[in-house]
Design a protein around this ligand. Structure first.
Ligand code: AMP
Ligand code: GLY
Length: 436
């Protein structure tokens, strides 16, 4: 058989889930490049390179050594470094976006300007400031409005401060001063968040099941924002607080963004991640990412039934319109275990012990094996994904596994519970004025 030698870049739980899906394809021979060793990915790969993920020259040399033909990039930092441009120039076909197309994530002002220039729905009121002084003057002149403050560039999901939620007016000014330059002030949106991801080949988008992430550190959506504490998806691949109309609007917004990027001469190939706030008037865009979400990748990739090699082929040859994608009809719950004290004071370098058996899928993130001991790092440690015919079955599977882990780690116990789901449904109805 003619193998596709595919390189996967990245070392997190997201990439472990991607690696598992790729390695299920009989056509794919997987290679990996990662900043810190992830044993789960290493076990899926024929050969792995430990490297700075932005070191394009070293990664190209690894591709040449192993006759790698295709690449898929997990995290945003190498995309911003232009890894796909460098790999493409070296003859490696990328199923991830170029540096220019990835600006949809890496430059929030670019994203908003594109949406505005092309009259794409779902763009909140926004103001870009090159200098913090101008942002502060603007804020002072609009002291009655609660804005979301965002640095233009990448922050690992931790850079947003919302007036009235994370900071007061004075805290907002302090934060803007800290950021110094390149700041976006955005209308604060109210509603329920959801994630829609799609495979994109430059023109066609194939949507994946909807997922809801949980960004806050603690139960009841309290505490600081994190990279994501866990996520769930439902049996029907939709969410009960997202109507058919909402879904169609969100998907058409993503299609419009892909068309706009093509028109700009920077066609988008890869996974496009849409983070939406479902508001009173319909879905509004919180942000786009030029990659899979983490944890959301673990929900959807665990469900993917289609051959991943064929999918990469279709994405990179512009033939997704002829590809019939299939996801298992199951619900999923993903629970991240994080070091005690995460995200502010994570207690790292502690041993954790895994349950001997569990029916949940295990994805490693920031943990390492040292002489048969599993040791935590300072970011999210590992995740369990439960799958089932009901959300509750999926949740019980994930939570049972998570509860049995011993050591200095914790997790949110409310992800995918019936109570939380009900709360979200009622919240959405309240936002829409359907209940008083
Ligand atoms: P981001 O890094 O843009 O994904 O934002 C992180 C989190 O901040 C989001 O998941 C939202 O919970 C919140 N957020 C971002 N922008 C807004 C906004 N305009 N209004 C309300 N919440 C927001
Ligand atoms: N789960 C949010 C992100 O990956 O950015």
């Amino acid at each position: 058989m003619n193998y596709m030698n595919i390189l996967l870049v990245g070392s997190g739980g997201r990439e472990h889930a991607i690696a598992c899906t790729f390695s299920k394809s009989p056509k794919v021979k997987l290679f990996a490049a990662m900043a810190t060793p992830n044993q789960g990915i290493i076990d899926c790969a024929s050969s792995s390179l430990i490297t700075d993920e932005k070191d394009c020259a070293k990664i190209v040399a690894f591709c040449k050594e192993h006759q790698i033909t295709h690449a898929f990039i997990g995290p945003e930092a190498p995309l911003e470094a232009g890894i796909c441009d460098v790999l493409s120039a070296a003859g490696v076909t990328c199923a991830s976006p170029s540096k220019a197309a990835a600006r949809i994530e890496t430059d929030k002002a670019f994203c908003r300007n594109l949406m505005s220039d092309y009259n794409i729905l779902g763009c909140p009121e926004y103001h870009y400031f090159a200098d913090c002084k101008d942002a502060i003057s603007f804020l002072e002149a609009h002291a009655d409005i609660e804005y979301a403050i965002k640095p233009v560039g990448l922050t690992g999901g931790k850079g947003v401060r919302i007036i009235g939620e994370h900071v007061d007016f004075y805290g907002a000014k302090e934060y803007i001063q800290e950021l110094k330059h390149d700041i976006v002030l955005e209308e604060r949106l109210f509603g329920e968040e959801f994630t829609l991801q799609a495979f994109v080949d430059g023109k066609t988008l194939l949507p994946m099941p909807l997922v809801q992430d949980h960004k806050r550190a603690f139960e009841g959506d309290t505490g600081p924002n994190t990279g994501g504490m866990g996520s769930y998806s439902m049996l029907d691949h939709r969410l009960p607080f997202v109507s058919e109309d909402d879904y169609n609007t969100a998907f058409s917004i993503m299609k419009s963004v892909v068309s706009a990027l093509a028109e700009e001469g920077t066609p988008y190939i890869g996974v496009l991640y849409g983070q939406f706030m479902n508001t009173k008037t319909g879905p509004m865009v919180i942000e786009f990412n030029a990659r899979f979400g983490d944890p959301e990748a673990m929900n959807v990739m665990s469900l993917l039934d289609s051959d991943a090699g064929d999918l990469i082929e279709a994405m990179t040859t512009g033939t997704l319109d002829q590809f019939s994608i299939s996801f298992a009809k199951q619900a999923t719950v993903c629970i991240y275990l994080v070091p005690t004290g995460y995200p502010e004071n994570p207690q790292s370098d502690c041993e954790i012990v895994l349950p001997e058996t569990s029916d949940a899928l295990l994805y490693y993130a920031n943990v390492r094996w040292e002489n048969d001991h599993l040791i935590t790092g300072s970011s999210r440690s590992l995740a369990f994904v439960g799958m089932g015919m009901t959300l509750e079955d999926a949740r019980v599977s994930a939570i049972s596994a998570a509860s049995e882990v011993l050591g200095e780690v914790r997790f949110r116990t409310d992800i995918g519970t019936a109570e939380v789901l009900e709360r979200r449904i009622i919240h959405m109805k309240t936002v829409r004025g359907d209940v008083t």
